[in-house]
Design a protein around this ligand. Structure first.
Ligand SMILES: [Zn+2]
Ligand SMILES: [Zn+2]
Length: 205
């Protein structure tokens, strides 16, 4: 019978290193690593995109034509909405309002959405620009909010992908991300730190 030495509590046994979660390209015969969050390596992915575009040349061309038609359709919809508004005013089914800013009776109708032309906004000549500016500001505000939401989604995606990297790569990324301007050290909670992480991760292949 084999004899074992008693366990020495002071004997330091190093734990095995954690298995890095490396995924390899799923293209047959390719052993390169996948793109973050993808199934293929960058090379096979680019080739697949090229192949797909080649196979779908006709559909892509048709889609472009449809987009041009859509633009024409939008112009037509605007003209038609304007005509419907004119007709409704002549028939008396819709009354001209007063300027929403100053109450002046000399007004122009602004239609935001051709399909909802009845929701026309009345403004005098003087306040027309103010109304257009307000709409532009609203649109800019919405665009800024959408951009911010997209950034948060991208940030979450990248941080999750970083968690799947081998520990040494993670350590490298975090060390680089901590470098602030003028040799300043950034703390891991700093917005610039997270931004650096995302930038570094995207730049890496
Ligand atoms: Zn590949
Ligand atoms: Zn006015």
């Amino acid at each position: 019978m084999r004899k074992f030495a008693p366990i020495d509590e002071l004997d330091h046994v190093p734990l095995p290193p954690p298995l890095p979660l490396i995924r390899f390209c799923s293209a047959p015969g390719c052993r390169r690593r996948t793109r973050p969050g993808g199934r293929h390596c960058p090379t096979c992915h680019a080739a697949a995109v090229r192949r797909w575009r080649d196979e779908h040349r006709r559909e892509i061309a048709a889609q472009r034509r449809d987009a041009a038609t859509l633009r024409d359709d939008e112009a037509r919809a605007r003209d038609s909405a304007r005509a419907k508004l004119g007709m409704a005013l002549r028939r008396g089914t819709l009354a001209r309002g007063c300027c929403r800013v100053c109450g002046d009776a000399e007004v122009i109708g602004l239609i935001a959405e051709p399909a909802r032309w009845r929701e026309v906004v009345w403004v005098c000549r003087e306040h027309r620009q103010a109304e257009l500016d307000r709409r532009r500001d609203d649109a800019e505000q919405r665009a800024a909010e959408a951009k911010q939401a997209a950034w948060y989604a991208e940030r979450a995606r990248v941080l999750a992908a970083i968690d799947l990297l081998p520990p040494d790569e993670q350590a490298q990324l975090h060390a680089l991300a901590g470098q602030g301007p003028r040799g300043m050290r950034l703390s891991p909670g700093a917005p610039l730190y997270v931004m650096n992480l995302v930038r570094l991760f995207r730049a890496r292949l």
